[in-house]
Design a protein around this ligand. Structure first.
Ligand code: PEP
Length: 253
């Protein structure tokens, strides 16, 4: 069975004090509710990674970096390497968020390299895929997602795939307030699971967590998370408010 996960992507938000308060509240909640079957992940901006790792005492609370360089080390000003993330105590890294693809021009080849570098260092990647509104309207969304998955995963073997968490994040639903309907999200998640079955195996497909992202909030999370192929959420806006993030953790379990 795939792990159920609630992941909060803070993006370029929250200062040190705000980040500490949010992670402390999540940690306290998990400590007070030890029977909950959910893994919680928070993705602070880079300057908060070390602090966040230190503040998370519960084994169900992990820290994910928002990005990582594909290179080992060297003259890459502004970048952070896989070994530096490990050094900071980070366990996961987001790869291929649509904002990295769209704003910073990260292409399929670079993202594939990042995925391999992450696994080399035992970092669990959260690999994001998603179509634009134009692609959905043109009816090529399945083809597009298949292309992104194929490009990122083509050189991995079946044993490695369950170490990669997938996130389906339709670009038109990210930060827009517009959410994919539970049916639209489930349809794409089932498609992704079928892709994993065809390319790797039914066991791999069953064990890989596939998160949904795109304007998830407490009011729509229950319907989304109850879909059979949705294993939790990658959440932006609603993850940076303590109340709504705790509510999402409760709904997700
Ligand atoms: C995201 O950044 O991954 C995301 C899904 O953002 P939001 O929840 O704000 O749409």
């Amino acid at each position: 069975m795939a792990r159920k996960i609630i992941a909060g992507n803070w993006k370029m938000n929250l200062n040190l004090a705000q980040g500490a308060a949010l992670v402390k509240a999540s940690d306290d909640y998990l400590n007070a509710n030890p029977a909950k079957h959910i893994d919680v992940i928070v993705a602070p901006p880079a300057h908060q990674l070390v602090q966040t790792v230190k503040l998370s005492t519960n084994t169900k609370l992990s820290v994910v970096a928002q990005n990582m360089c594909a290179h080992e080390n060297g003259a890459y000003t502004g970048e952070i390497s896989a070994s530096m993330l490990v050094d900071a105590g980070v366990e996961l890294v987001i790869v291929g968020h649509s904002e990295r693809r769209e704003i910073f021009g990260e292409d399929d080849a670079l993202l594939e390299a990042k995925l391999h570098k992450a696994l080399e260092y035992d970092l669990y990647p959260i690999f994001c895929v998603g179509e634009s509104l134009e692609q959905r309207q043109a009816g090529i969304h399945f083809k597009h997602i298949e292309k992104q998955l194929e490009a990122g995963l083509k050189n991995f073997n079946a044993d490695q795939i369950p170490h990669i968490i997938l996130a389906y994040e339709p670009i038109w639903a990210i930060g827009t307030g517009e959410t994919a309907s539970p049916e639209q999200a489930q349809e794409m998640h089932a498609f992704i699971r079928k892709f994993l079955t065809g390319k790797f195996s039914a066991t791999v497909a069953d064990e890989t967590s596939i998160l949904y992202g795109g304007s998830v909030k407490p009011s729509n999370a229950k319907d989304l998370f109850s879909q059979p192929d949705i294993d939790g959420g990658l959440i932006g806006g609603a993850s940076i408010q303590i109340d709504s993030f705790l509510e999402l953790i409760k709904i997700g379990e």
